[in-house]
Design a protein around this ligand. Structure first.
Ligand code: ADP
Ligand code: MG
Length: 347
């Protein structure tokens, strides 16, 4: 594991303040709404007259990531992505982030630099300013907490609670790929642990590995919706699998849903991985996690515009709550959806 390497620079030689200074020297601020970034007791933001959205995610080593196969650069990138994804899921634009770290002794300065390379890369890609954070030590492992701040006009915000009967259910990209990537990495890790002589075989799986290790937030879909002047009646990002996110929308909106199995977008590599593992690929899409695609509903009359939108698929529609939440399977049977998805606590 790269971070247990003792040859790097011991962080204690810099101290907390030295480390913060080191980490913040490459930070560039670009957002008009950032008045003051790193360096004081708090960052200062300009109010724009819009609504502010705030979201936080905490990533814990051993629970949310495994450093045996996650490069720190990717981890930093992903920590930012999962937060800006939540901002896009509100149909808002991310502007600032803060990053808090708890670092154990086995991490060298070089390791933390790598983590920040990924963090800075994502900040640049998603056009957000890193305006603060906190740094402390931990007894074991690494924890990263990111907070993202974004803004939107009040009438642009998309909540989970706005879905209406007859709305179309839409999804971006394809589903289950990140889970397929995780299955592959776990399999190869187990093989390696049992026999360190065997090199992991990851060939032909580039796409699902990238979806697991370097996910992207759908800034492009947020922009397509803006361009088309469509405000989704409800929206959520898919972090815990399609099924569980549909449950959230249905519950908050007090509606039911009907989706079609053959309309769920699934990539060829996801199919292939499911087949290799003797699993049903629809299960990957329904119950797998970490796709960070957007799931949203729009009124029926937006049908044509959505059909024209790149990388968006209509997978079903919203119905009365009394009809329940179900999927029409490929053989035309109706299957009740279940709110599965990840539950770290039950593991
Ligand atoms: P305080 O004692 O007020 O919490 P700190 O010494 O922890 O201040 O932080 C000093 C400045 O550095 C603050 O602006 C804080 O937001 C920023 N900062 C601390 N840790 C990080 C980090 N890991 N990444 C980015 N900024 C950080
Ligand atoms: Mg502090």
């Amino acid at each position: 594991m790269q971070e247990t390497n003792n040859k790097g620079t011991d962080i204690s030689t810099l101290g907390e303040f030295g480390l913060i200074k080191h980490l913040s020297k490459n930070v560039k601020l670009t957002q008009e709404s950032t008045h003051k970034g790193i360096g004081d007791d708090a960052a200062v933001l300009n109010q724009s007259g819009k609504k502010t959205v705030v979201t936080t995610d905490l990533l814990v080593e051993g629970i949310h990531f495994d450093l045996m196969y996650t490069p720190l650069r990717h981890l930093g990138y992903k920590a930012i992505v999962v937060n800006v994804s939540d901002v896009y899921a509100m149909n808002a634009e991310p502007k600032q982030v803060t990053v808090s770290l708890a670092i154990s002794k086995r991490f060298t300065l070089e390791a933390i630099d790598e983590l920040y390379e990924g963090i800075n890369m994502a900040c640049e890609k998603y056009n957000v300013d890193l305006v603060g954070g906190d740094t402390t030590s931990s007894l074991t492992g690494l924890c990263i907490s990111v907070t993202a701040i974004g803004e939107a006009d009040e009438d642009q915000l998309a909540y989970r609670s706005g879905a209406q009967v007859n709305d179309l259910i839409c999804v971006s990209g394809n589903l289950g790929a990140a889970y397929a990537g995780l299955q592959l990495l776990d399999r190869e890790k187990r093989i390696f642990e049992n026999n360190p002589e065997i090199q992991p075989d990851l060939t032909g799986h580039d796409y699902i590995l990238e979806r697991q290790l370097k996910p992207e937030a759908r800034k492009d879909i947020f922009e397509s919706l803006q361009d088309a002047k469509i405000v989704p009646t409800s929206m959520i990002d898919i972090s815990d699998g399609l099924s569980s996110e549909l449950f959230h929308i249905c519950e908050k909106s007090e509606v039911g849903c009907q989706i079609y199995e053959d309309k769920i977008p699934i990539d060829f590599e996801t199919h292939k991985m499911a087949e290799e593992l003797n699993m049903n690929y629809s299960v990957f899409a329904l119950n797998g996690g970490e796709d960070y695609e957007l799931l949203f509903t729009v009124p029926l009359d937006k049908h044509e515009e959505i059909e024209k939108m790149a990388d968006v698929k209509i997978i079903g529609h919203i119905c009365e709550a009394s009809k329940g939440k179900y999927m029409v399977a490929r053989d035309n049977t109706e299957i009740a959806l279940q709110a599965q998805g990840w539950t770290n606590f039950s593991e």
